[in-house]
Ligand binder design. Structure first.
Ligand SMILES: [Zn+2]
Length: 92
């Protein structure tokens, strides 16, 4: 669900506008009803699912480009193991 962030040019009020597929009306400032708005880019505009999807896509692309992917994975796993052993000694 895309949430767009706007800043009202008239009064400076910042608000989020949820753009539904059924929404036909232009967003207006909830404070002064002005439609003179600045659309702001929001890092929170994407849902977690969309971000995850994008990351999986990116990871797959990287995997396809990486010939020594498995070696890297093994090296990383070894590194994590060492790291964990170093900072988290096994408990009895
Ligand atoms: Zn306003």
């Amino acid at each position: 669900m895309p949430i767009h962030e706007y800043e009202c040019k008239a009064c400076g009020h910042q608000f989020e506008f949820l753009l539904l597929p059924t929404t036909t009306a232009a967003p207006a400032c909830p404070e002064c009803q002005s439609q003179d708005l600045d659309k702001r880019l929001s890092g929170f505009a994407l849902s977690t699912a969309e971000i995850t999807k994008a990351r999986v896509k990116q990871a797959r692309k990287a995997l396809a480009q990486s010939k020594d992917y498995k070696d890297k994975q093994v090296a990383e796993a070894e590194h994590i193991k060492e790291h964990v052993a170093e900072y988290m000694p096994p408990r009895d």
